[in-house]
Design a protein around this ligand. Structure first.
Ligand code: C2E
Ligand code: MG
Ligand code: MG
Length: 652
């Protein structure tokens, strides 16, 4: 009989052991079969009064039914609990979806919005209900439509998630930059939907644009900087060739500008520069370029000269506007300039670098032959070259005669007061001209081998100084400035290692190499390789004057440095130029994104320090901390140095 009962069909097509649920169902089915069988038998045999089941058997089936009922009740409770969890999860998901700080947007295959969360609606500048059935392309900036369609196509072709950035165009509002992550989801056999996650990156874009701007324009005068000048000069040469018209490159150096700074202060100095920049710009032709090349040096490119003689009246006019008196704060200041000129084309092939160098040399020639005049570089009359080589030979002799010295300027953590290191800065104790700063002699030797010789001398001297301090229990990180030309010397790494070997007590980690003139790094791969090799030896690297070079971002991505030194021009003009705050914030957040140390240069006043701490940059170097000093003064300074209390209390 038992066999008979079990013969009744169990559950079709299910594996008995497949899972717990199946086995419960199977038991239920078998119990139901048993119960039905009892009822059947009772009904058919009632008239015959034959009891085919013993009481014992009936009790057993009833017991089994009761057990099963309990099982079902328990299962029901379990189901209810699961249901409750699901409801909570679903609510959580909706809460997240509704309050997410990023926009979620679902699109149909026809590119229409089918669903969007409130943040997506905010980003797209429209009510959430009104979004549905709208084409997404309506909200994309016309110039970025292509980006969207290309990425969408790539997503459909590859079925792989796509990441891209574009601008949204919102009615009556400024454009908004978003970072988009797009994925594709199959929802039926032949249909799919696109899911987009939109993140507002407008703030980052403002920083980035600002970085690009400062990369090409001088912060003080808003004139093109060296980088943009290089581009313009390159184009000017191409134009000159095409139209067969000569061009002139003018290197304009203000005479005695250091005296103006020393006598009236930097603020007045800056105003003089701004004013002179304006005056010169006003008399430039609309296709000419006037750029600020460095502190008190400007470079102009004069185009469209029907013949080279036409440059002369322009130069005289420039001299005239520079010489006009300047009235600031009831003072009258008069400035003169020495102008060096190089001309294009020349008999020999020359490129933009050579042209600039020639103009620069001609300017030094003008300065040395009495200032307040111009000098035209003439390849046939090699006075200029002769002067240059005489100067270089003089510098070489001075190096042998130990006229060069390293001064050291401390770098500190402004909040804690801790001294984090010192930067070695070269000075020339000239027997007749007095103390010369690098600006007065380094530009003349650019591109000459003496740069490398002098560079090696700097490293050797710094190492010897470190060893000397170490012997007196002064352990300091020392940063030296390295010219890119030196870094690219074939045997730079081997040389560095040799120099280190002669000072075995020095830990290479205490020597930091600051790369200057980053604008001249044309082959990032080579420089990056040298940096890596030096890092294996233990040395670390900083990018000097960060923020002024063209490809600041590229440098960060390509060069494995551990520290950025923010250029002092941003700090110097902090009060005059609120844009600089934005720039500094951008650089600080870039450094943090790349996990780099950051040091602000040129902290001239205590207030500069306070502003920087508030912006999140605690490490600094500048005259407010200490002027560069001779090596033997440093131990005394270290003993007495204390950070101003307003720095300790300043909050980021
Ligand atoms: P740098 O490497 O950016 O050095 C910092 C410059 O800023 C130093 O000028 C320093 O005196 C100046 N400075 C620091 N704090 C302040 C401040 O609060 N206000 C102002 N107005 N200036 C401040 P320095 O010594 O005249 O050096 C100028 C540049 O010459 C250096 O800029 C570096 O590019 C180059 N240089 C200096 N020493 C060497 C060297 O040994 N080798 C090479 N290749 N270049 C060097
Ligand atoms: Mg430096
Ligand atoms: Mg610097």
């Amino acid at each position: 009989m038992e066999k008979n009962i079990d013969k009744k069909e169990p559950i079709q097509g299910k594996n008995k052991d497949s899972n717990e649920k199946d086995s419960v169902l199977l038991n239920a089915q078998s119990l139901r079969n048993k119960a039905e069988f009892i009822l059947d038998q009772k009904n058919t045999n009632r008239s015959k009064r034959i009891d085919i089941l013993s009481n014992e058997e009936i009790l057993k089936v009833i017991h089994e039914l009761q057990v099963h009922q309990i099982e079902l009740e328990m299962q029901n409770e379990e189901l209810q609990r699961t249901q409750q969890t699901l409801t909570v999860e679903k609510q959580r998901y909706f809460d997240l979806y509704n309050s997410a700080p990023v926009g979620y947007c679902t699109l149909s295959a026809e590119n229409l919005i089918t669903k969007a969360n409130p943040m997506a609606a905010t980003l797209l500048g429209i009510n959430q209900n009104e979004l549905v059935e709208q084409p997404l392309s309506h909200f994309i900036h016309p110039e970025d439509q292509d980006i969207y369609y290309l990425c969408r196509k790539k997503l459909l072709d590859t079925q792989k998630q796509q990441h891209f950035e574009l601008r949204l165009q919102i009615k009556n509002s400024a454009e908004l930059w978003v970072y988009v992550v797009a994925s594709i989801e199959k929802i039926a056999k032949d249909s799919y939907e696109l899911r987009l996650v939109l993140t507002d990156i407008s703030d980052r874009k403002i920083y980035e644009n600002e970085l690009h701007r400062i990369a090409k324009y001088d912060a003080l005068t808003n004139l093109p900087n060296r980088t943009l000048l290089s581009d313009r000069l390159y184009q000017a040469i191409a134009m000159s060739l095409r139209h067969n018209q000569p061009l002139a490159i003018l290197c304009i150096g203000l005479d005695g500008f250091k005296d103006i700074n020393d006598r009236y202060g930097h603020e007045v100095g800056d105003r003089v520069l701004i004013l002179l920049a304006e005056r010169m710009k006003n008399i430039m032709g609309h296709e000419d370029t006037l750029s600020r090349f460095g502190g008190d040096e400007f470079v102009a490119i004069l185009l469209n000269l029907s013949s080279i003689e036409y440059a002369i009246p322009k130069i005289n006019h420039l001299t005239e506007v520079i010489n006009q008196p300047i009235n600031i704060n009831d003072m009258t200041i008069q400035v003169t300039a020495s102008i060096g000129v190089s001309l294009y084309p020349q008999q020999e092939h020359v490129d933009s670098d050579i042209l600039l160098r020639q103009a620069n040399q001609a300017m030094y020639h003008a300065k040395l032959s009495g200032k307040d005049k111009y000098h035209i570089f003439n390849t046939h009359n090699d006075d200029t070259l002769r002067y240059k080589y005489k100067f270089i030979a003089g510098m070489d002799d001075a190096l042998e005669a130990s006229e060069f010295h390293l001064y050291y300027q401390p770098m500190v953590n402004m909040k804690t007061g801790k001294v984090i290191g010192v930067e070695a800065l070269i000075r020339w104790h000239h027997p007749t001209k007095g103390l010369l700063t690098p600006k007065e002699f380094l530009p003349i030797i650019v591109g000459n081998k003496l740069t490398v010789k002098l560079g090696n001398w700097v490293i050797k001297t710094a190492l010897a100084q470190m060893e000397h301090w170490l012997a007196h229990d002064v352990v300091l990180n020392v940063s030296v400035n390295i010219d890119v030309l030196q870094l690219k010397e074939n045997n730079f790494v081997v040389n560095l290692q040799k120099m280190l070997e002669t000072h075995p007590s020095i830990n290479p980690e205490n020597l930091v190499l600051e790369i200057i003139e980053t604008g001249q790094i044309h082959d990032l791969e080579i420089v990056s390789k040298v940096i890596k090799q030096c890092q294996i030896l233990g040395f670390s690297f900083a990018l000097d004057d960060f923020g002024t070079g063209y490809s600041s971002l590229t440098y960060l991505q390509k060069l494995p440095v551990s520290c950025l030194k923010m250029d002092r021009s941003f700090i110097k003009n902090l009060q005059n130029n609120p844009d600089n705050i934005l720039t500094l914030k951008g650089i600080i957040s870039l450094a943090s994104a790349f996990r780099l140390d950051i040091i602000a240069e040129g902290i001239d006043t205590i207030e500069h320090g306070e502003i920087l701490i508030e912006m999140g940059c605690e490490q600094a170097q500048g005259n407010a901390i200490s002027y560069p000093m001779p090596a033997d003064e440093l131990p005394g300074w270290l003993e007495t140095w204390k950070a101003p209390s307003s720095w300790k209390n300043a909050m980021p």
